[in-house]
Design a protein around this ligand. Structure first.
Ligand SMILES: [Zn+2]
Length: 293
């Protein structure tokens, strides 16, 4: 199934829906960071929610989600952009815990309690930032609480990552349904009732539903109007140039000491885990350009 996002409205624009397939996105994150199944489920759900929440972002805009909990995953961070790309990482990619009583990966315990911070950067001077307490650490519930507290929008958030026994991601995706002002009072309750009784989102995707099929399944016969549809992918905005600026800001003394002790310097991007290497000559060049300024 292709990684794709769909956004739609229903019931005279009083309900807003996004659904997304992220199987490839999350598998790429798993491979890049060597994620354990538990870390993969946690980060996968966060990255999926992140893509779903970029509604309305334009130009240079981005949305960051940070789960800053006290659990053994050591924090989980994701950032999605207006160009339908997302990137993310966790503090401890190898985190492992016993399964829950229902036999599920214990994402809530891995995240722990603490704060959920969401920052919307619209390319203006000040990014908008909101923080709420983590409710369960299961991600979907936390995001729904955030949307209610910070944006006063009742939302149903369904997220799921299905990991195979060989740790490969076989199905991942999610749906967010939001009741805007004027929506029928019981619309989310009705949907939620059915969702709780129904199959999990990752099972539905594994059974072959695409983003549109997922939306149909969750809306249960409510007509919807598709506003946009787009491929999504894992992509990092880092470049050697940006790391060069970071090295530049270290100062001549520090740079000289790196040059003398190691000769070269390796910088690793947290988000994509790629290494950018600076040779002796490149380091000398940075020191020289500092000295000439
Ligand atoms: Zn990167």
């Amino acid at each position: 199934m292709k990684d794709r996002i769909i956004r739609a409205t229903a019931l005279n624009n009083t309900v807003r829906v996004s659904s997304v397939i992220t199987t490839g996105v999350v598998e790429e994150a798993r491979q890049r960071h060597n994620l354990s199944p538990l870390a993969c489920a946690a980060l996968g759900r966060i990255m999926t929610a992140n893509l779903l929440m970029t509604w309305g972002l334009k130009g240079e805009g981005s949305l960051s989600i940070r789960f800053l909990g006290d659990g053994p995953i050591g924090g989980a961070i994701s950032q999605a952009f207006s160009d339908y790309t997302v990137r993310g990482y966790v503090g401890n990619p190898y985190v492992d815990l016993p399964l829950t009583e229902e036999g599920k990966l214990n994402v809530g315990k891995a995240i722990g309690s603490g704060q959920l911070n969401i920052m919307k950067d619209l390319g203006l001077k000040e990014p908008y930032s909101g923080t709420t307490d983590i409710v369960s650490g299961e991600i979907g519930e936390d995001i729904a609480q955030y949307l209610l507290d910070s944006e006063q929008t009742p939302s149903l958030v369904a997220l799921g990552v299905l990991v195979d026994i060989d740790y490969k991601v076989i199905a991942s995706g999610g749906v967010i349904i939001q009741a805007l002002p004027g929506a029928p009072d019981d619309v989310l309750d009705l949907i939620e009732e059915k969702v709780i009784l129904g199959k999990g989102v990752s099972i539905l995707i594994n059974n072959g539903l695409d983003a549109r099929g997922l939306m149909e399944e969750y809306l249960q016969g409510i007509d919807f109007k598709v506003l946009e549809e787009h491929d999504v992918k894992f992509d990092c905005k880092c470049s050697k140039e940006r790391f060069k600026n970071g090295l530049y800001s270290l100062g001549t003394e520090e740079l000289t000491s790196i040059l003398e002790s190691d000769g070269q310097c390796e910088t690793r991007c947290h988000f994509c885990n790629e290494v950018h290497t600076f040779s002796q000559d490149e380091l000398r060049e940075i020191i020289e350009s500092r000295n000439n300024n």
